[in-house]
Write a protein that binds this ligand. Structure first.
Ligand SMILES: *[C@@H]1O[C@H](CO)[C@@H](O)[C@H](O)[C@H]1NC(C)=O
Ligand SMILES: *[C@@H]1O[C@H](CO)[C@@H](O)[C@H](O)[C@H]1NC(C)=O
Ligand SMILES: *[C@@H]1O[C@H](CO)[C@@H](O)[C@H](O)[C@H]1NC(C)=O
Ligand SMILES: *[C@@H]1O[C@H](CO)[C@@H](O)[C@H](O)[C@H]1NC(C)=O
Ligand SMILES: *[C@@H]1O[C@H](CO)[C@@H](O)[C@H](O)[C@H]1NC(C)=O
Ligand SMILES: *[C@@H]1O[C@H](CO)[C@@H](O)[C@H](O)[C@H]1NC(C)=O
Length: 359
């Protein structure tokens, strides 16, 4: 009888069921996120609690977290909550997942003499960052476009296409993939834009699909536009004092507007994240100082500078009186000359008239 009791105490769980369970065999996590790798177990002898239990998490065969003698030791980004272990939950929290974290994970729950193992495979995906170069283009000028997709993982199954309105543009050759330092990939899709054959309001966009996005494309529209520069007044008088306004409107975000006299910049203004930009020369500046005045805008994303000249004319008040005086002088000259003429005519014609009346 005594013998039997000792036996049951020493090997209490030999007849009991010991199991571990997991919900998904494959877990997918996005780069830099935190992921929970599930591992749930129930002990053969719940009375002993975790006294004789060793729990080990291995990543590709290397131990990254372990519970032993009531203590959890884990690598810096791995975590097993002691409070959850008491309830048979040995799930591992892996923080800030990197591409190197992908692979096979094993959760081993060892309670002498039983060993239960849960296998989980971790898949890491990274979403591409999509950007266009240039971001903004002028409608009427041909330009080479690039659509970049950077930092995606895994490399297979990416599609980068230029779309016009609701249809993809033809002639899209296979993409070249390049690996970057962190192990992810980048690629670029080229397209030569010409306004020829384009419907004005058909938006050109780049569409990127990748498995990290769950079938939803990332769509980045290209801004096709025409910034317009106006200068007012367009004509100024030399010597006068004028406020001249140079205004750039249209779609752009960053621009530098400069007033240039000859080839020297006299006033520069930078606009950031705006849709119109104004640079004014105030009336304190005498127009005498200017020879060839024009306003120039350098627009970010545009590979051309937009310019508008200001016409500088000599002041009207200087020239007009002289013309008037000259004209008046001329008229007076003609009148006085005619008077002399008339006098001569009279003298010549008078005797003849007298003769006629005598006859
Ligand atoms: C297990 O513990 C983790 C935290 O470590 C928790 O997020 C998760 O919900 C728990 N799972 C169960 C089944 O209790
Ligand atoms: C995550 O890890 C990367 C390096 O892999 C690091 O640059 C980044 O700062 C980390 N993020 C957080 C929130 O710790
Ligand atoms: C590409 O993705 C589709 C669904 O997004 C998937 O069914 C297919 O297996 C993937 N192909 C490769 C080679 O990964
Ligand atoms: C293009 O769109 C603008 C406003 O968004 C509209 O005024 C114009 O009529 C449209 N042009 C064509 C050809 O549809
Ligand atoms: C400006 O033009 C003059 C001649 O008109 C030239 O000598 C000078 O080098 C130019 N300066 C700049 C900065 O282009
Ligand atoms: C626009 O002007 C800037 C500064 O004067 C100059 O560096 C740049 O080459 C010009 N760009 C073009 C396309 O003419």
């Amino acid at each position: 009888m005594w013998k039997l009791i000792v036996f049951t105490l020493i090997i209490p769980g030999s007849m009991a069921i010991f199991h571990t369970s997991t919900r998904q065999p494959e877990i997918s996590a996005s780069l830099h996120s935190d992921v929970l790798l599930p591992c749930v177990f129930s002990l053969a002898n719940s009375k002993n609690e975790l006294k004789y239990v060793i729990i080990t998490w291995k990543a590709n065969g290397v131990i990254i977290a372990q519970y032993m003698n009531g203590e959890v030791k884990a690598s810096s980004r791995a975590e097993m909550l002691g409070s959850e272990l008491q309830m048979g939950n040995a799930s591992l929290i892996l923080r800030n997942v990197s591409l190197n974290d992908k692979g096979d994970y094993e959760c081993e729950v060892y309670e002498v003499p039983n060993l239960g193992t849960v296998k989980v495979s971790l898949k890491v995906t990274a979403a591409p960052q999509v950007f266009l170069n240039p971001k903004v283009i002028g409608f009427d000028r041909p330009v080479a476009l690039e659509c970049h997709a950077v930092g995606f993982y895994p490399p297979g199954n990416i599609s980068v296409e230029w779309w016009s309105g609701s249809r993809p543009l033809p002639n899209q050759i296979p993409l070249q993939l390049y690996q970057i330092q962190d192990g992810s990939y980048r690629t670029v899709r080229h397209h030569i834009y010409t306004s020829f054959g384009m419907v004005v309001n058909d938006t050109l966009s780049c569409r990127v699909t990748h498995e990290s996005q769950g079938g939803k494309p990332i769509v980045v529209p290209l801004q096709v536009c025409k910034p317009v520069m106006t200068v007012s007044p367009q004509t100024v008088t030399r010597g006068g004092k004028h406020n001249i306004v140079c205004k750039l409107e249209g779609c752009f975000s960053n621009a530098v507007i400069s007033w240039i006299n000859k080839n020297k910049s006299i006033k520069q203004y930078t606009c950031m994240s705006t849709w119109d930009c104004v640079n004014i020369i105030t009336g304190e500046k005498k127009m005498d100082e200017f020879d060839e005045l024009f306003c120039k805008a350098e627009v970010e994303g545009f590979d051309m500078n937009i310019t508008q000249p200001v016409k500088i004319i000599n002041q009207g008040g200087d020239r007009c009186p002289w013309i008037t005086i000259l004209v008046l002088f001329g008229v007076l000259l003609i009148i006085s000359f005619c008077r002399v003429c008339l006098g001569v005519l009279q003298k010549v014609l008078m005797p003849r008239v007298l003769c006629i009346t005598q006859i």
